[in-house]
Design a protein around this ligand. Sequence first.
Ligand code: UD1
Length: 343
Amino acid sequence: MTKRIVVTGGAGYIGSHVCVELLASGRDILIIDNFSNSHPEAIARIEEIGERNVEVLEADLADASQANSIVERVKAFRADGAIHLAGLKAVGESVVQPARYYQTNIGSALTLLQALEAAGAKSLVFSSSATVYGELNDNPVTEEGRTGATNPYGRTKLYIEEILKDVASADGAWGIVNLRYFNPVGAHSSGRIGEDPNDIPNNLFPFIAQVAVGRREKLSIFGNDYPTRDGTGVRDYIHVVDLAKGHVAALDYLDKDNRGAIDVNLGAGKGYSVLESVAAFKRASNRDIPYEIAPRREGDIAEIYADASKAKKLFGWTAEKDIDAMCADHWRWQRENPEGYRS
Ligand code: UD1
């Protein structure tokens, strides 16, 4: 049984919610994070919600000089498995600094594999992305869809998936789940943990939330001439707590002695446009959200949403929270922590 779990990137937006659900499932965790895009305060909040202490190793998985001490710590923790979320994730930045993205994301995955091998732990859940599908498939997208990421960030996800498949075919003791996330939004209903972008948010929901709270003047909507129902881009938004529960469901699946490597979509299976999302956030927050129509963002696709039936079939998992809950929870977090963890 995967009782003792290493969570890389556990202080981040998705990682913090995953840690809370792991604690709720009765598991013990070791968070490995370098806090490059996360805040140590998130750890205190995880412990507060989970009413338990967690182990933390502040370290950089991509730094070769730290690999030995990471391996030793994972062994000492007596890990049974891991959830790997650490990595860089800004699409635009990855186009400008591709080598840094490959080195960081792929290097981190390899160090974690080395540590798990040393600990004799052969269960791994990897944080992949729907971005691996590019624009090649009809909606809803199944896991059998064609893959073809359109930028270095997306390719790091795709290449790590491939590496993990090689590892699983070389050694039948490995059980690996590549979770292909659609668009995680929202926050824990306590309002204590949530997304805290370092810089100007790249993604839609954190941007809308900062406009609603008055940190930014207006939203730019990237294009209203897409072939969608209102011309704006359509995405499959999934509540981050549902997403986090999907990780626990994946570990439970591996605990049933399922081995090999599989790809599984985590999405709500429903698409919302940018304008629909703005309207929902407006309802939830009761704040005005001024916007302007701006040119399309390079690399954006018109519409993508998941076929989420594989997760249901294999894990018995489905997303439960609707767009109103996503907006209400995202707003609570933003309102109560207007400057994020620095508030
Ligand atoms: C983006 C990344 C994707 C990554 C995911 C999670 C790009 C091109 N894709 O997905 O690789 O896995 O985040 O981090 O960056 N929008 C606006 N105004 C904004 C921001 C977004 O109109 O200020 C629109 C976009 O055009 C899109 C939708 O909102 O139609 C969602 O955008 P976003 O939240 O950035 O997610 P993705 O682009 O789907």
